[in-house]
Each structure stands twice: as C-alpha cells, then as structure tokens.
Design a protein around this ligand. Structure first.
Ligand code: COI
Length: 355
C-alpha cells in the first residue's frame, strides 16, 4: 500500500533534540518519548489542520469528557529501520481500520486516512533518527483520541483531539511471563466494548492484574464472562495454545480484540503448514492437556509484546509449568515475523510499508 500524503500541516520543530540523552540499550517500555508529537483537533463537526509540535504537556479543560466518561481510544503500531536506513511500518492499514471501528463504538468521530497515516508519515520523517536498526529495536507508535469537549453531561463530546506520540522500544516484558487463568473477573462481555481498543478496557484489567501480580503472575488470561470456561485473551496480547502440533486461538468476537499480530501469526503459521484453528479452548481442556503432556506451548501475540512465550499457568490454585521445547513454534513464528518486520526476509505477504 501507499501511505496517503498530508499536505496541509503545520510543523513547529523543537529547538533542540533530547536523543543524545537516551540510552537506547536500556529502555523501559513506554517511558521515553521522541522530540515531537502530532496533534489534530476536531471541532465544529470537522477535523482541523494537524500540527507537529515539540512533545510537551498540554492543557485540557477539567470537565473534558475523557476525564469523566473515559471517551478515549488508542492503537499500538511499530516502525522498524532496515539495513539501508529506510523506515518501515507493519500493516498500518489494519491499525487505521481498527482505530476507526473503535471510534464508531465509542461515539467518536472517525479520523481521515490522510491525518492518521499521512500525519504519521510526516512525523516519522522528522523522527527517523529515533528508529534504531537491528532485531529487537523498534519505535513504538501510539496514536490515540480523547474527548476534549467540556461538560459533565453524560453524552458524547463535541470536541476531540487525535494525537500520535512515539517511543523507542525494546522488549515489553523483561522476564518470564506466568499467567493466572481468570475465575471471577472479566475483561469484556457480549454487547460491550471488548473488541474496541478503548482505554477503559485496559483500566478495568488493572485491579485483577494487580491481584495476579501479588501472587507472582505477570498477566491474566481472561475467560468468557458468561461461564468462565473458555479461554479468551490476555491483558496485553492475544493468546495461542499449542496442543500436540496444532495451534489454537480464540475466534475474534465482540469480546476479543482483532489483533494485527494475532492475524499475522495465523497467516504465517498457515504458510508454514502448521495446523491452526480459530476456536475457543476450554479451561478444562487446557488443564487436561497439561496433565497428559499434550500441552506444548502457550504464547501471547501483540504489537508491544511481539510473540511472548508463557512459562506456566495457574488455575484454581494448581500451577502447571510449560515444557521448554527445542522445536518451539513460538520461536519459529517470532523469527519469521520479526525478520519480515525488520526487512531481513522477503515480505511475500506485502505487509511492510515504506515511509
Ligand atoms: C500493543 O500491543 O500495542 C497494545 O496496545 C497493548 C498495550 C497494553 C501495550
């Protein structure tokens, strides 16, 4: 695909760069931001001219709906640099489409393609030095929209702000990831906003995840809200389960995020003739498979987390350790995927888009 061009934009460059103060080998995910950000306001029923300006705090009315009713959505994307210093995006069309689906679900205005993708292109052209080469390096892209319109009446705002901020990234998780299978709390329900990348979906997971953290687990794998019998997704990633030689992942639904990494894993696995089925795995099936050694792997898939193996899971007080395999599908798929993203392997899918 070609990224749409954005001609109408104001660019206000920062007088100095903070890039030399950053230790790119020791980054904590999502804590360092580049010199500039993109800002575009929606007012009077239309999107105004976007601005690229120095990254800085901003002033928002205390009664803005984002603070009171959580009208806020976001996306997660990454940019990579190839051996010739060209910067690439991975399936940006998918993030753009999903962003506008989230916007519709949250009664927010859709963002035009030239603002979202064309604006991102302009921002990345300015910040290209922040994209470091080599496997494991990327520039994490966080497009988001908040309701800036004032007034505590519980109704959609009339004013919104779309923004893009950029953060150099290495791994999301620094150590082993052990998970707790949810027995009581839920991430999403049918008819709710689980399929939208709405800020509140993440906030709602913080408390149960905190309880899991206190017990030594980094993440929760959510189960369906109605019966708590079907495995769904984890807080920061979709989940794949390998039983014998088949990969299973929950089908996308009103409750499950249509992950870009998730769909790429499915397509890559199919190309490698790995059996993959989109169907719910029952918790009882997972426990049974762990007991009879047919459970080989569980891994998460997400933009920030990439492909992250799960070391073990706990359910109703019993802990099951996953085997450490020499022929791990998670490792194989991660290598194939990251090689494509970093332009180290041919992209036969046409997923990568040059800036
Ligand atoms: C991403 O993977 O980009 C996400 O948005 C998940 C977030 C919790 C870091």
């Amino acid at each position: 695909m070609e990224l749409k061009t954005l001609e109408e934009i104001d660019i206000q460059l920062a007088p100095t760069s903070k890039i030399n103060e950053v230790d790119f080998d020791n980054l904590t995910f999502g804590t360092t931001f580049t010199d500039h950000m993109l800002v575009c306001d929606f007012a009077d029923g239309e999107w105004k001219k976007p601005v690229i300006q120095p990254y800085a705090p901003m002033t928002i009315d205390p009664s803005a709906k984002v603070f009171h009713y959580g009208q806020a959505i976001f996306e997660g994307m990454k940019a990579y640099k190839d051996a010739n210093d060209a910067v690439w995006l991975f399936r940006p069309d998918q993030n753009y489409e999903r962003f506008n689906k989230s916007a519709v679900r949250m009664a927010m205005p859709e963002v035009p393609e030239e603002v979202f993708l064309g604006g991102l292109k302009r921002l990345l052209e300015i910040e290209k030095d922040w994209v470091k080469k080599g496997l494991g390096n990327s520039l994490y892209i966080r497009p988001f929209m908040i309701a800036t319109g004032p007034g505590v009446i519980a109704a959609p705002a009339k004013f919104y702000r779309f923004m893009i901020i950029l953060s150099p990234a290495k791994a999301y998780y620094s150590g082993e990831v052990k998970v707790l299978i949810a027995e009581h709390y839920s991430r999403a329900a049918n008819g709710g906003i689980g399929a939208a990348k709405a800020a509140g979906n993440y906030a709602a997971q913080f408390y149960p995840t905190q309880l899991a953290n206190e017990q030594g687990f980094q993440q929760v794998i959510w189960t369906d809200d109605a019966t708590h019998t079907k495995l769904e997704e984890a807080g920061t990633m979709n989940v794949f389960i390998r039983i014998n030689d088949t990969l299973y992942t929950a089908p996308t639904s009103e409750r499950i995020l249509d992950g870009v990494t998730r769909k790429s894993v499915i397509e890559l696995a199919k190309r490698e003739n790995i059996a993959v089925e989109e169907r719910s795995v029952l918790v009882t099936e997972l426990v049974e498979a762990a007991k009879n050694d047919s459970l080989k792997e569980i891994f998460g898939a997400g933009t920030a987390a990439v492909i992250n193996p799960i070391a073990g899971f706990s359910y109703k007080g019993d802990y099951f350790e996953l085997p450490k395999l020499a022929d791990s599908i998670a490792v194989e798929i991660k290598t194939k995927l990251t090689n494509i993203q970093n332009k180290l392997a041919e992209d036969t899918f046409g997923w990568t888009v040059k800036i």
